[in-house]
Design a protein around this ligand. Structure first.
Ligand SMILES: Cc1ncc(COP(=O)(O)O)c(C=O)c1O
Length: 313
């Protein structure tokens, strides 16, 4: 937990109000929020005697990269189903999938339900070939995976005072749902939608309820809080607010956000503070969910190195 007073001052917070939970610094695979989910998922995989992890996502999926890393660490096989066509020169997360030794399977599927189906089909193929596969849903966002963020909620309670409001990027919804289940109250968590799935608020509501039940906790109170307004032209699309968030956080705290998730989440926090929806003395925790490899892909190269006229320079 990093006390972010210099960024806080820039945004008009009182000293000691703004914190960054460094989940980008988890211990393997270049880090990120998926480590906590995979902790619980892989425990189940091993208990069931599985020998191969099977998951999927976009070619630049951080979840896929972390699954490949954890499989290497545990001595399991790993097959990843990726939407789209194989790149001639793999970069970012896709390059790391290969470095960690995962087998990549490309599919024309792009919608999340089609990709979920393709993961299950690949698992069936492996079973037919004598393996014991463990299929992991997109983003690791099942009630078991989301328990990783019930753990994170406990840490946040221990590490901060005064019932903080927690901001996180909301992609497949598991991080948001686990935090809500752990804190017991939707009003404590703001998920900034990054445009990964449609109607993510409904998914978070259902998953928070299921995760709480699976963890022996009470059903969370209140209504889901999903902040729109940061998606821009779509999932992964660069926005000016995300660029500002990356530059401000780097230049005030020496911490690097990613362009797809954490920068848009920070842009949502900044927008709420500037609009007065977050009070200056409101204890606030920003969960840095990782995602660094995407920053170095060609898509964002010109965007960040851009014109030099940047905030806080
Ligand atoms: C870096 C990063 N941050 C945030 C998220 C969002 O987490 P979730 O899918 O649990 O909503 C993801 C995954 O999708 C991610 O890779």
């Amino acid at each position: 937990m990093h006390r972010a007073d210099r960024l806080g001052r820039e945004l008009g917070f009182e000293p000691g109000a703004l914190f960054i939970k460094r989940d980008d610094l988890t211990a393997f695979g270049v880090g990120g929020n998926k480590a906590r989910k995979l902790d619980h998922l892989c425990t189940e995989a091993i208990e069931r005697g599985c020998d191969t992890l099977v998951t999927g996502g976009a070619a630049q999926s951080n979840h896929v990269r972390m699954t490949a890393a954890v499989a290497a660490m545990l001595g399991l096989g790993c097959v990843v189903v990726l939407g789209g066509r194989e790149a001639e020169a793999p970069e970012g997360n896709l390059l790391l999938d290969r470095v960690f030794g995962a087998r990549t399977v490309f599919t024309a599927a792009t919608y999340s339900d089609e990709l979920e189906g393709a993961i299950l089909e690949e698992a069936e193929r492996l079973r037919g070939a004598g393996h014991v596969p463990y299929p992991i849903p997109l983003g690791g966002s099942s009630p078991i995976g989301a328990r990783g963020y019930v753990d994170a909620a406990r840490e946040i309670e221990d590490e901060t005072a005064g019932d903080p409001v927690v901001y996180t990027a909301c992609g497949s919804g598991g991080t948001h749902a686990g935090l809500v289940a752990g804190l017991g109250d939707h009003s404590r968590v703001v998920g900034v939608d990054v445009g990964a799935v449609r109607r993510v608020g409904d998914k978070v509501t259902a998953l928070a309820r299921e995760t709480a039940a699976a963890s022996g906790l009470m059903e969370p109170r209140g209504e889901v809080r999903v902040a729109g307004g940061q998606v821009g032209a779509g999932y992964g699309a660069p926005t000016e607010a995300a660029r500002e968030a990356i530059l401000l956080t780097a230049r005030r705290e020496g911490i690097v956000l990613d362009p797809v998730y954490s920068a848009k989440a920070m842009a949502g926090l900044i927008a709420d503070r500037r609009a007065g929806r977050l009070a200056a003395d409101q204890p606030t925790v920003f969960v840095h969910t990782g995602g660094l490899p995407a920053l170095f892909t060609s898509r964002y190269r010109g965007w960040l190195s851009g014109d030099g006229a940047s905030p806080g320079s």
